[in-house]
Design a protein around this ligand. Structure first.
Ligand code: SAM
Length: 250
């Protein structure tokens, strides 16, 4: 059987494509793409003529079985998404799963990934982190999801649509506290790349005051919850008992 290559493409700056990615995209029989028109422009830029076929959210299951048949027939194929690493908040999961189940070799061709790029320059703890992907668009569901991770000690990473970033920061400020350190990484690898770190309250106000910060693509990173230390660590109950005891002292 052939090999399925999972190929990362740039998240903005076209120079971020790897030499290996270009070679693989040139050599495979067919490229399965999230959006063929979008990927056609990328291929054209690099003078690659490999045919494209659509493999997106809506046809991934049927298209996936067709592609697995081609792989079983001996063709090497590549999978790309519109930007960055396929399967990371992008299509490809069903294809990779089916290919592996059919005994096909799946080879990653690593490259750009917005969450890793953002984390690497954020200055937030990077030894352990949690990628939460996109938050739900609706407020109630979003707040529930945030509430569930409010005491997560590892660095939290979210993808967010530009027109929702302010709402999301408002919810984060309320549920995580205005003092929690956070970073907004916007337009990574592009002309207007901005990586702003500030406590959530300040970050919210900074974005609110500048509509440019509500455009383009962004990753939101929030420092994990830290066990309160010293006086803060005492529960309300402990403080109440302490008050009672202190009142008894001569
Ligand atoms: N597969 C991609 C990856 O590897 O990062 C992610 C695809 S997801 C559909 C798109 C989201 O990724 C955007 O809404 C944004 O949150 C983030 N993103 C993609 N490119 C970005 C960039 N250049 N700067 C900041 N965030 C970016």
């Amino acid at each position: 059987p052939g090999t399925l290559y999972v190929v990362a493409t740039p998240i903005g700056n076209l120079d971020d494509i790897s030499a290996r990615a270009l070679r693989v995209l040139r050599e495979v029989k067919l490229i399965a793409a999230e959006d063929t028109r979008h990927s056609a422009r990328l291929l054209q830029h690099f003078g690659i003529g490999t045919p494209l076929v659509a493999c997106h959210e809506h046809n991934e299951r049927e298209q996936g079985s067709r592609l697995v048949q081609r792989l079983l027939g001996g063709d090497d194929l590549a999978l790309v998404s519109d930007a960055g690493t396929p399967l990371i908040s992008d299509p490809g999961y069903h294809l990779v799963r089916n290919a592996r189940a059919a005994g096909i070799r799946v080879v990653p061709v690593p490259g750009a990934c917005a969450l890793i790029a953002g984390l690497s320059a954020s200055g937030l703890p990077s030894d352990r982190f949690v990628f939460e992907g996109f938050l739900p668009a609706r407020s109630t569901a979003r707040r529930q999801r945030l509430q569930a991770v409010a005491q997560e000690p590892r660095t939290l990473i979210f993808y967010e649509a530009p027109h929702r970033v302010l709402e999301c920061l408002a919810d984060l400020r309320e549920l995580f506290g205005a003092e929690r350190p956070a970073v907004l990484a916007r337009e990574l690898s592009k002309t207007f790349e901005t990586i702003k770190g500030a406590p959530l309250g300040e970050l919210h106000d900074w974005v609110a005051a500048d509509s440019n910060q509500q455009r383009g693509e962004c990753v939101l990173l929030v420092e994990g919850w830290q066990e309160p230390v010293g006086e803060e660590a005492l529960s309300a109950e402990a403080l109440r008992v302490l008050d009672l005891l202190l009142a008894e002292l001569p």
